[in-house]
Design a protein around this ligand. Structure first.
Ligand code: PLP
Length: 380
């Protein structure tokens, strides 16, 4: 094809790598001696794992966290041998341990089975195997239960051949700073870590995600695992107890206008004829829909920006198309080929999330594969 990809794409997604790096630096500054890593699971929250991790590695980030082994292996190939790569779901017991070892991926061991299988692998290969061990402190999601943790601590054979670098846990309510579960989890984790250190004197602690870092120094420990804040979405729920945190916006999403029409007499718009466009309204149909991650639930409240003005979505969001009311915008700007900005500095990921009744995480990870993606370099 001879045409440029940006001319063929229905929408443009611009990711500012310098902004990601700046967001990481700010967290690092906040956390002092803590190793502030980067969570780049789910393709770096939909924004592109390889370019984002590459920019952070160049900026000095040394620890990366993913969820799946496949993500870890892809990341290892992209980043080379230097950085620490932690796979938070750990091995599928008895099956994937050799792949972890071959690609130097650090597993998080969350179940007795995973610990046993990693121990068996270590014994079979006569190696001392590094790992993270996860303990559940109040989320009932992943990690050893309190009883399993004590049993392992009291069993002299439990960790033979293993070298746990860190004890890890995850906070359920860090986005709500005054939620009492934060302090409960902190107390449980602190106690588990001191028990753990009786056995493994040099073991580190890892508790905080982005929001956890904002809860204050007692939550920081040795390894922090921020994700969402790197990508420019607010880690804490807005409210009187939320810490104002300076984020640099990372994402810009613009959808191309395919057609502009004037409605002569009031007429329904889109599937289901749910909304009536008034007499004389000017409508712009753009090349973006729910298949691109623009959630249908955003239709009633979402708006874009065109020529410095707010233009609301009108009618339902279809799979590939979304119509905006651009009555307020001059014809010279509201024309086929122009772009309506859906995410940017004036209308953020979090604004769109609120309009769709969800969180920034879901907006970002839902971003589609059909966009033309542009990366603004970290050094420029
Ligand atoms: C996804 C995830 C993180 C990152 O959380 P953010 O809220 O995006 O900072 C950290 N730790 C674990 C265990 C996770 O699953």
């Amino acid at each position: 094809m001879n045409s440029a990809p940006e001319d063929r794409a229905g929408a443009l997604l611009t990711v500012d790598l310098a902004a990601v790096v700046e967001n990481w630096r700010r967290l690092k500054q906040l956390a002092g001696k803590t190793d502030v890593g980067a969570v780049v699971k789910a393709d770096a929250y939909g924004l592109g794992m390889a370019p984002i991790a590459g920019a952070l590695l160049a900026a000095g980030c040394t620890t990366f966290y993913v969820a799946h082994l496949d993500e870890a292996v892809t990341l290892r190939a992209a980043l080379g041998r230097t950085p620490r790569i932690v796979c938070m779901h750990g091995p599928t017991s008895g099956r994937t341990e050799p792949d972890f070892a071959a690609h130097a991926i650090l597993p998080v061991l969350s179940t007795p089975d995973q610990i046993k299988a990693w121990r068996t692998f270590a014994a079979r290969n006569n190696l001392l195997m590094d790992c993270f061990v996860q303990v559940d402190t109040g989320m009932q999601r992943l990690g050893l239960t309190e009883a399993e943790f004590s049993a392992h601590m009291n069993d002299p054979e439990a960790f033979v051949g293993l070298h746990p670098l860190a004890l890890m846990s995850h906070l359920a309510c860090a986005d709500s700073p005054s939620h009492p579960l934060n302090k409960t989890q902190l107390a449980r984790f602190t106690s588990a870590l001191s028990t753990f250190r009786l056995k493994f004197g040099d073991a580190r602690g890892s508790l905080a995600n982005s929001a956890g870092l904002l809860l204050g120094a007692p939550y920081h420990f040795d390894f922090a695992r921020p994700g969402i804040a790197l990508y420019g979405s607010a880690p804490q729920n807005p409210g009187p107890d939320a810490k104002p945190w300076p984020l640099v916006p990372v994402v810009r999403l613009e959808a191309r206008i395919l057609q502009v029409r004037r409605v002569d007499a009031a007429a329904p718009v889109g599937y289901g004829a749910t909304v009536l466009a008034p007499d004389g309204a000017k409508l712009a149909t753009t090349s973006i829909g729910y298949a691109d991650g623009l959630l249908r639930s955003a239709a009633k409240a979402a708006y874009g920006q065109l020529d410095g003005l707010r233009v609301p979505v009108i009618g339902r969001i279809s799979m590939d198309l979304t119509t905006f009311d651009v009555s307020a915008v001059a014809d010279s700007a509201a024309r086929a080929g122009a772009f309506i900005e859906l995410i940017g500095t004036k209308h953020t990921v979090d604004d769109l999330a609120r309009e769709a009744g969800t969180v920034g995480y879901e907006i970002l990870t839902a971003l589609g594969a059909r966009f033309h993606r542009r990366y603004l370099p970290a050094k420029r």
